[in-house]
Design a protein around this ligand. Structure first.
Ligand code: DC
Length: 219
């Protein structure tokens, strides 16, 4: 199987590009951030406090998580057979996902599922630790970033397009907090793999970034 790892901070454009790359190559796209979001959302729904590491760690051991793709190829995540996909993009879930992702028990369970998916298919995965921890032997690795201001503007536009009312300064602050959280946790923090290709997308279009990656993939 061929695996393409695309890591980087929130709002760098990973998911849009990973989706486009997967489509062009006819690979599966695995959005690993959505998995942490699904855990956070389900925990909240079950009345578990995000700060309660022990309860979240117990909870994550019991959940069933299934990943499927709809007729448009969009990833759908099911927790306990409920499709949670429509609920995991809310702004408050972003921070909660970052918080639960720091708990080792959560990471180990999600990483296990990610490795299973990557072993079965040609997959483009986007996340924070794919190239460093989940799939250190991935055939292709990219580390994609952009300035915090550019990333905040992208997130802001994305949330607006979804009809959510948002404040740019709050989005920027959330991004900075999440960058800090994600890169300072003890287990598998956000970090560029030594053998990853670095890409600053601040002044690049989605098409340019997609082509940059496609040009480097030899099948
Ligand atoms: O990519 P995203 O914004 O949907 O990710 C949500 C959170 O999940 C992110 O802040 C950190 C965590 N995450 C992670 O720890 N490891 C991954 N491979 C993907 C996401």
């Amino acid at each position: 199987m061929i695996n393409i790892a695309i890591d980087g901070p929130a709002g760098a454009g990973k998911s849009t590009v990973a989706k486009a790359v997967a489509k062009k190559l006819n690979f599966i796209y695995l959005d690993t951030g959505a998995m942490y979001r699904a855990v956070a959302y389900s925990a909240i729904k079950n009345g578990i406090a995000i700060t309660d590491e022990q309860a979240i760690s117990e909870f994550v051991k019991t959940i069933t998580m299934d990943i499927a793709y709809d007729e448009n190829g969009e990833q759908q995540i099911f927790v306990f057979d409920e499709n949670v996909t429509p609920y995991i993009r809310q702004n408050e879930i972003s921070k909660a996902a970052s918080d639960v992702s720091a708990y080792p028990a959560v990471r180990y369970r999600m990483v296990e599922l990610q490795r299973i998916e990557a072993g079965k298919n040609n997959v483009v995965l986007d996340g924070r630790d794919i190239g460093t921890f989940v799939l250190p032997n991935a055939e292709y690795k990219f580390f994609m970033t952009a300035s915090p201001e550019v990333r905040a503007k992208r997130r802001y536009d994305e949330l607006l397009a979804r009809g959510q009312s948002v404040d740019y300064d709050k989005v920027l602050n959330d991004i900075i907090t999440r960058d800090y959280n994600d890169s300072h946790r003890a287990v598998a923090p956000l970090k560029q793999a030594e053998d990853a290709v670095y890409l600053d997308t601040s002044n690049m279009t989605v098409e340019e970034v997609t082509n940059f990656i496609i040009d480097r993939i030899k099948l």
